[in-house]
Every structure is written in C-alpha cells, then in structure tokens.
Ligand binder design. Structure first.
Ligand code: RNT
Ligand code: ZN
Length: 424
C-alpha cells in the first residue's frame, strides 16, 4: 500500500489520477483466444491431423487440452490469474457435439446449439464472447476455401460462414455483449500464380454472400482480417492488406477491418496504422500477437510495439469509445500453454496501463507547439516511473495475483493436472 501511495503521488505530480485509471482499465474488455490451450486443434475433426491452411503451431509441450472440459478448466485458471475484463474468443472448430444436441455435423451445418455449453460457461463467468469461422484444417480446403475455383468448395465454406453469422448473433443475444466475428482464410499460393484477380473476385463474392445472412450490425461485428503470407502460401495471399481493407471500406455498413500485427512486413508498424484507419472507420479490430521474422504467433510481451499499440488505443480515445476491439492471437506449443496465455494477457493489460499512465494531453501540446526537445525528454522519463507499483495495485483490486505470485500456481497445476493428461 505504501508503495502504491508513493507511486500515486509520483503520477499525480504529472497530472495523472491513478485511481481513475485503474477503474477505467478494469472495465475494458479484452478477448482471450481459446486456441492457445490446445494448439488451435478444436474438437470437430475426427482425425488428429496437423494444422493446415497457412497456420502452424510448433512445439510438443505436454498437457495440451484435448476435451472441452479440459479446455474450460484451463481457461478458468487463466481467467483467475489475469486482471481486467475478459471476453472469450471461440473458433467454430470448438463446437461441442454430444448426444443431447444430435451429435456431429460438418462445419456447413453447425448451429447455435453446438455452442450452448460455451454460452453457459460464459454466463456463469459473466463473459462476452467473440467468434471465428474456421476456414482451415479441414478436408474441404482444396486447399482454397472462399476463393476456390470449385463452386462446391465455395458453397461449403459460404454455408459455414453464414452458419457462423447465426452463431455470432446467438452469442451476442445470449450474452448481451457485441460479438466480433472474424473472417480469416489462409487462401493463397506457394508459388507465382497465373491469375491474381480471379481468386480475389471469388473471395469478394463469397464474403458478400456470407454477409448477406441477416444480423444486427450493432451486435455482430464481422471483420475481415488480412495477411501478408502464410506457411506454404508464400507467393500470394488472396486476402492481402489492400484486398481486406478495401473490402471493409466498401462495406462499412456490414463489416470492419481487422489488423493482426503479425501479418505485415517486418518494418511495418500496426501501431501507426491504428490512427490511420480510425480516420476513416468508426470501428476497427485488432489481433495482438508478436511476430518474429516469418512467424506471426509468438506470445505477446511487454515490448516496444505492444506498448506503442496500447498507446494508440488510449490516445485515440478508443479505450473509452470502444472503437478498437482488442483481441489476442498467439499459440505457442513449446512452453507451458497456460503460462503462455497468462503472460500475453497480462502484458497487454500492462501495456494499456502504461499508456494510460502517460499525460498524453501535455505531450500533444509539446508536439503541436514544436517542442520536440521536451517531448523527447519527458517521454524518456516516463519510462522509469513506478509503473510496477500501480500494476501491483491494479492486479490486487482486480483480485488477480501480482507478478511473482502466479507462476507457482501454474507449476502446481502442471504437476497435478496437466502432467496426468493423456497424450494425443
Ligand atoms: C492466422 C490468423 C488467424 C488465426 C486464428 C486462429 O494467421 O492470425 O487470426 O490465428 O484465427
Ligand atoms: Zn490473427
């Protein structure tokens, strides 16, 4: 408490009210992706094949969740160890089939009832829920999906997309919070194509058809996620940045753009793209991740770009207005999966707190009055202010453990639960 009081005074001297900031951050929803718990496998495929369709997990750390119950147990632990308001983020492949709901159906036939158990899970924990159609790791990827030249393939995946719109509407209605529904496909080619336009025209028409399914755009937010390239599809991506952004711009009454900060060339910064898009879009969505060279899905750290992204969310007023939908997207199978999950979630929270603890108005004044000397000096000084003490207090007020307290809990869980799981 003493540490907090001293830190509070230090921040008050630069015009920051730490209590108000703690309260604000506590109320901002951040979507926790379910797929870190089981290496993006889901439950809807009978064979335990590898991930296909432009994404891949690497690593073989023991303890992967292999059933809905195990995944829910793991998510519960993550929720307990992370401060802040969480939403769940589900993929369609996490549908739960049982004898009560009629058993297995393919992805073009999934219904809200296959997500009833997830709705119950969210209701019990007061969570909203985001959703994603799963356009990968399935025999109907030929290997393309929505952009395939084969009309049967396209039809199957369009039906899947429409089913997901209906499920997203159900999630929003049941849980009373908006549901962000992200459309991402890995459609693309390994080598130089002969026709770059055809797949994109087909992709556009397929998304048009999916979005022709009725939904309330105030509650269901379909997103179009772009990508620069994927593993095995290095030469050409159908849903490139220009394609996806243009689609969203041309269909503002139906969808919003989604930027994943692992989906750009290494020197491009998503932090800078946030205000660029907010100039033209009412709402945008983010997948926060950590790119390394060619890979996009490492655990989120408290690193410079995460901090810059958080600053842009805060400085643009998006934290108050909800104009930026914040979701996490990473999957590491080489380390304890729960630690990976918790590390990333706590780090985006920490980055948002750091951004909120910055006197952005006075810094903007320095910029506008061409006072770049003081702007640099002040920005450097803020870096060593007592963020850690405010963070500790924030965790405490959220009922979450402080740094230094949570890892042992996961180690115990690993010993008692994860180590005993069957390996498949
Ligand atoms: C893949 C995309 C996509 C997925 C998830 C699982 O490159 O980032 O968002 O990671 O849908
Ligand atoms: Zn993503």
């Amino acid at each position: 408490m003493n540490n907090y009081n001293n830190a509070k005074k230090a921040y008050a001297s630069i015009g920051i009210d730490t209590d108000a900031i703690i309260n604000k951050l506590m109320s901002v929803p951040v979507a926790l992706h379910c797929w870190q718990g089981d290496d993006v496998k889901g439950f809807d495929q009978k064979t335990d094949g590898p991930l296909t369709g432009g994404i891949q997990t690497t690593g073989n750390y023991p303890g992967r969740a292999t059933t809905p119950e195990e995944l829910m147990d793991d998510i519960d632990l993550v929720l307990k160890l992370c401060p802040g308001t969480k939403k769940l983020n589900l993929h369609a492949c996490y549908a739960i089939f049982d004898s009560e709901n009629g058993g297995w159906v393919d992805r073009d036939k999934i219904e809200p009832k296959h997500f009833k158990k997830w709705v119950d899970f969210c209701k019990e924990r007061n969570l909203g829920c985001d959703f994603n159609p799963t356009f990968f790791s399935h025999p109907m990827c030929d290997p393309l999906t929505l952009s395939s030249p084969n009309p049967d393939t396209r039809k199957f995946w369009i039906e899947h997309g429409k089913a997901c719109i209906r499920i997203s509407q159900y999630l929003a209605d049941e849980l009373g919070q908006e549901c962000v529904m992200n459309i991402w496909t890995g459609d693309g080619f390994k080598d130089i194509p002969a026709d770059r336009l055809g797949p994109r025209m087909r992709y556009k028409e397929s998304i048009d058809e999916i979005l022709s399914e009725p939904y309330d755009f105030k509650k269901v937010k379909p997103c179009i996620e772009s990508k620069v390239f994927g593993i095995g599809v290095e030469a050409y991506t159908v849903g490139s940045a220009e394609f996806s952004l243009s689609y969203a711009a041309a269909n503002k009454d139906k969808c919003i753009p989604l930027m994943d900060n692992g989906h750009y060339h290494p020197t491009e910064m998503v932090s800078d793209k946030i205000p660029a898009l907010l100039t033209f879009f009412d709402e945008i969505a983010l997948h926060i991740t950590r790119p390394i060279r060619w890979d996009s899905d490492h655990v989120v750290l408290f690193d410079d770009e995460t901090k810059e992204i958080a600053k842009e969310i805060v400085r643009t007023g998006a934290l108050d207005s909800g104009r930026v939908k914040i979701a996490l997207d990473y999957f590491d199978a080489s380390i304890n999966r729960i630690s990976a999950w918790v590390t990333g979630f706590r780090n985006i929270q920490k980055a948002l707190l750091f951004a909120l603890l910055t006197p952005n108005e006075s810094l903007t004044e320095m910029q506008d009055s061409d006072n770049w000397t003081e702007l640099m000096v002040r920005q450097e000084e803020f870096k060593t202010m007592p963020l850690g003490d405010i963070w500790e207090e924030y965790c405490k007020r959220c009922g979450a453990p402080a740094d230094g307290e949570w890892f042992q809990i996961i180690k115990n869980y690993e010993k008692e639960i994860l180590a005993k799981r069957r390996k498949i």
